[in-house]
Design a protein around this ligand. Structure first.
Ligand SMILES: *Cc1c(COP(=O)(O)O)cnc(C)c1O
Length: 387
């Protein structure tokens, strides 16, 4: 089977991990801050805080922004469940803003309308989490402007989008947000097996995320509470945090992969361009790229409309799978999952996201996809959808 996404681990990546295994540190040691500095410099942010997954990074990002019971967090329905679950971990409520029909990202128009209503009802969100779906950056200046107007904070879920840019700035620079989160799961752009990173330009937010990553403990003398001079206090727990630390093994792999990031994104863009050209005449809808952005092409989602090609999404999905192509579907709208339905979300909540869900198929795109494999995908798709 040709996978829809796959990691690319080189001998140099392996050597970097083995070197750590022979060193004095296995868990968070000298490699983690080096990887953090590398990602912060790459993205153009002042600070970066690593963790054991993007899910953990989203959680500590919400905690750092003070999300708690009684608060509301809004995100896109067209995402992995982690973008919404992070708010529930904090005891907050989640709601979803429908997507834009072109970019499949959270729609700024829908957001603007929903905020106007929420203001009247006294139900404004504390935090909005836009998701750069498939690596295509959201309209961050638009979302940021609404943030100023309505007083919400912004966490970018950039799990798909390290290496992407908008308006000449890299995703992760936090020019239009408080915090940006990256994922290093193996299907993402670079990998640490499991791992995540949060970037920010705010030193207080960075410090709070560091603390929440490690039990809520600090050893900074100016953060510790006063205690009698004859007692030994080399650290104190001052918040309720977690053990979300990244290991040095992972950071070494991440640092080595970071050196290959530009190349990975270049290959992904080349594969995307080949699909754009080869599939242009087929009766399917290809992904759209906003003129001011450069996608990192984590995914290449096409849309199948029965009225265009005479086949249903299900038929095309099954036929591609039967041809040995492990296609995928991104995404089931988060609120359609049974857990969220039990919270009262109903079909019809975000019509564009539901329409997308009924039409989308993710075809393979990753740095190890060979030319002949890509040709097989193209030929299979041609055979399946041509009338
Ligand atoms: C992969 C992903 C996550 C979670 O990342 P992990 O590192 O696996 O925790 C969160 N949000 C989106 C949009 C993702 O694709």
């Amino acid at each position: 089977m040709i996978p829809y996404g796959r990691h690319d681990v080189s001998q140099a990546d392996i050597d970097a991990v083995v070197e750590v295994l022979r060193s004095n540190w296995l868990t968070q040691g000298p490699m983690v801050p080096r990887f953090e500095r590398g990602v912060a410099d790459f993205a153009g942010a002042a600070h970066a805080v690593a963790s054991n997954s993007a899910t953990s990074s989203l959680h500590v990002a919400c905690l750092a922004l003070g999300v708690g019971p009684g608060d509301r967090v809004w995100t896109s329905p067209n995402t992995f469940v982690a973008s919404a679950n992070c708010a529930l971990y904090c005891g907050a409520e989640v709601d979803f803003v429908d997507i834009d029909p072109c970019s499949y990202n959270l729609s700024v128009e829908r957001l603007s309308e929903k905020l106007a209503t929420a203001k009247i009802n006294g139900t404004l969100p504390k935090v909005v989490i836009p998701v750069h779906f498939a690596g295509q950056p959201c309209d961050m200046p638009g979302i940021h402007a609404l943030g100023r107007e309505y007083g919400f904070r912004i966490i970018e879920d950039a799990s798909h989008a390290i290496g992407a840019s908008y308006l000449g700035t890299k995703v992760g620079s936090c020019q239009h947000s408080d915090i940006t989160v990256f994922s290093f799961h193996p299907v993402k752009i670079i990998t640490t097996a499991e791992g995540g990173m949060a970037t920010t330009n705010d030193p207080d937010l960075a410090e709070r995320m560091v603390r929440h990553r490690s039990h809520g403990i600090t050893s900074m003398p100016d953060r510790m509470r006063p205690r009698p001079a004859d007692e030994v206090w080399n650290y104190q727990q001052i918040d309720l945090g977690f053990n979300y630390r990244m290991t040095d093994l992972q950071a070494a792999l991440g640092l080595s992969q970071l050196g290959r990031l530009e190349q990975f994104v270049k290959i992904r863009r080349e594969i995307a361009r080949s699909y754009d050209e080869a599939l242009a005449d087929l009766p399917v809808i290809l992904p759209w790229q906003a003129p001011s952005t450069l996608s990192s092409y984590h995914l290449y989602p096409i849309r199948i409309r029965e009225s265009l090609c005479g086949k249903t999404q299900r038929q095309v999905y099954d036929a591609l799978t039967a041809a040995g192509i492990a296609v995928n579907l991104h995404y089931i709208p988060v609120y359609r999952h049974p857990f969220y339905e039990a919270k009262g979300f109903k079909v019809g909540h975000c019509p564009e996201a539901e329409k997308h869900y009924r039409e989308a198929i993710t075809i393979p795109i990753h740095p190890t996809l060979s030319i002949s494999e890509q040709e097989l995908v193209i030929e299979s798709l041609e055979m399946i959808v041509k009338l």
